[in-house]
Design a protein around this ligand. Structure first.
Ligand code: FES
Length: 136
């Protein structure tokens, strides 16, 4: 092999070996754990069958269920009409707002006005002894 051919092969090998690193550097670096937010404990959820967390304008979540519920329900607890806090009506399987009577189904869709927009929903899960939510 000639010296020039050897240099070309070495250069090509160097480029090929760095390609996976370059591709990885350009890919989005999101991990599932970044999207989940811990909002409480399983003990608190099990106590009332719901967990309301109103810490700030960005965290206002109502989770419905217990540690034995297959699919937890989680919504932004602020009524979309004027911002009152909705409550869960277990027997009727819906959220209600006592301020002006709006109602939402378990998926946050409007059942009765004056609200016209659905509640924001979250995906909720239990991990170890914590309740976590992630915006949908
Ligand atoms: Fe909920 Fe008006 S604030 S119905």
């Amino acid at each position: 092999m000639k010296r020039r051919d050897l240099i070309n092969w070495v250069g090509l090998a160097a480029i090929a070996s760095s390609l996976p690193v370059a591709i990885a550097a350009c890919s989005p670096q999101t991990t599932a754990s970044e999207d989940w937010q811990t909002i409480g404990t399983v003990e608190d959820l099990d106590q009332d069958g719901q967990l309301l967390v109103q810490e700030s304008a960005s965290v206002n979540v109502l989770v419905i269920g217990t540690s034995t519920t297959p699919n937890l329900i989680a919504v932004d607890a602020r009524c979309t009409h004027s911002g009152c806090t909705v409550t869960w009506e277990n027997e009727a399987n819906k959220f209600g707002c006592r301020c002006h009577g709006a109602e939402y189904d378990s998926q946050g869709q409007v059942l009765r006005g004056p609200a016209t927009k659905p509640l924001k929903t979250y995906t909720a899960k239990i991990e170890n002894s914590s309740v976590l939510v992630k915006a949908n």
